[in-house]
Design a protein around this ligand. Structure first.
Ligand SMILES: Cc1cc2nc3c(=O)[nH]c(=O)nc-3n(C[C@H](O)[C@H](O)[C@H](O)COP(=O)(O)OP(=O)(O)OC[C@H]3O[C@@H](n4cnc5c(N)ncnc54)[C@H](O)[C@@H]3O)c2cc1C
Length: 351
């Protein structure tokens, strides 16, 4: 089996497949995040919910992963006057979402996949093209620039919102792809730990500063810090484009998030150092071609982060594909068709 992408979906899927006895080769465009200090991808931390945990449970990782999380029992709403109000996610004990570091989670999944002895991950190897007829997969070594092509029985694209494997599906009759970019972007900022360690806001909450046309959120990290994300229009009167100088940023934050400013000592430094990310939704169909190619996770259905469900849906994809394999494997065509039929309505519902 060949998988493109060793992010969250690709590494979990490789583990599912290995547990079913498949030997799996994974090509990952980035270096190994366990040995190279790189950022792990789009957001520093994520909310892991019941549907994601359910998939992790099926590969026996729940206990290990739960050691890496901080339960968030509700939303802590920050009003302009500094009032904080906790809105619990549930009144039943144990019903909450969990903050987790994307890098820690990805590392744990990679370790578990490789520990099966059936998964080989080629880091610094980017899939550049897949030919549906010849099944030739083109892979570029990003360190040397050399591209090689090999014939593979099939490839599963877990290569994220900008998927190269999805691009291969455009040669499939009737394939349709409708990306929809938001005119909003996001930027990550930090609330460092308090003096002597410890969290400077309530640790067991997802903090939100809702301000109608934009918002700031903060999720706790295990080291006592919070990762904040500012969601704001890219252009226009209140926008990233309008925050061109440190004084603009400081004035904007003091006006709209006054209680957060004293907690962010490097606000303006980080604001200009950290990239502004873009946000969008990927809708496409079908997600497979015969038994040659399948896409899942963000490659098939990237969604905006406001629901906190993109990774959770990607994990659910992996568990559903595993269920299809149990029923129909190794009839891959039927596996892919059934998977698509089961998952597409769910993806459409959330996107
Ligand atoms: C700001 C923000 C906050 C978010 N918060 C949450 C949250 O709280 N909860 C939640 O559930 N979801 C959240 N999401 C969504 C979540 O990040 C994604 O849904 C999730 O990462 C999808 O996993 P994936 O493996 O499909 O894709 P990715 O995580 O994008 O992984 C794709 C992998 O493929 C590799 N790759 C890309 N192209 C190639 C190629 N051509 N060849 C080989 N490798 C390739 C990449 O390097 C990467 O490792 C958030 C997203 C954003 C932007």
């Amino acid at each position: 089996m060949v998988i493109a992408g060793a992010g969250l979906a690709g590494s979990l899927l490789s583990l599912f497949l290995a547990r079913r006895g498949y030997d799996v080769v994974v090509y990952e465009g980035r270096p190994d995040l366990r040995t190279t200090p790189i950022d792990a991808g789009r957001s520093i931390n994520l909310a892991l919910s019941a549907r994601g945990l359910h998939a992790l449970d099926q590969v026996g990782l729940t206990d290990e992963i739960l050691r890496l999380v901080i339960p968030m029992r509700g939303r802590m709403i920050h009003d302009l006057d500094g009032t904080q109000t906790l809105q619990p996610y549930s009144h039943r004990p144990g019903e909450h979402i969990n903050a987790i570091s994307r890098a820690d989670l990805n590392k744990k999944l990679l370790d578990a996949a490789e520990a099966t002895g059936r998964v080989t991950v080629h880091f610094n190897h980017r899939c550049t093209a897949f030919d549906l007829d010849t099944r030739r997969l083109h892979v570029q070594d990003t360190r040397t620039g050399v591209t090689t092509a090999t014939t593979v029985p099939r490839v599963i694209g877990c290569d994220g919102a900008g998927s190269a494997i999805r691009q291969a599906l455009t040669a499939s009759p009737g394939f349709s792809f409708t990306p929809e970019m938001l005119d909003y972007g996001y930027k990550e900022l930090t609330i460092p730990p308090g003096e002597g360690g410890g969290w400077r806001l309530e640790k067991h909450a997802l903090h939100i500063w809702p301000r109608h046309r934009f918002m700031l959120i903060a999720l706790p990290n295990l080291d006592g810090s919070f990762t904040c994300t500012l969601f704001l229009r890219l252009e226009g009167p209140e926008s990233f484009a309008g925050l061109a100088a440190p004084a603009d940023v400081r004035a904007f934050f003091e006006r709209h998030f006054p209680d957060a400013v004293p907690l962010m000592p490097d606000l303006t430094g980080e604001f200009f150092e950290n990239p502004t990310g873009t946000l969008g939704t990927v809708r496409c169909r079908p997600w497979h071609h015969e038994d040659a190619v399948l896409i899942l996770g963000d490659a098939a259905h990237a969604i905006v982060p406001f629901f906190g469900q993109g990774m959770n849906c990607a994990f659910e994809d992996c568990a559903t594909l595993d269920g299809c394999l149990e029923r129909f494997g190794p009839d891959w065509r039927r596996v892919f068709e059934t998977f698509y039929r089961l998952r597409k309505p769910n993806a459409d519902a959330i996107a």
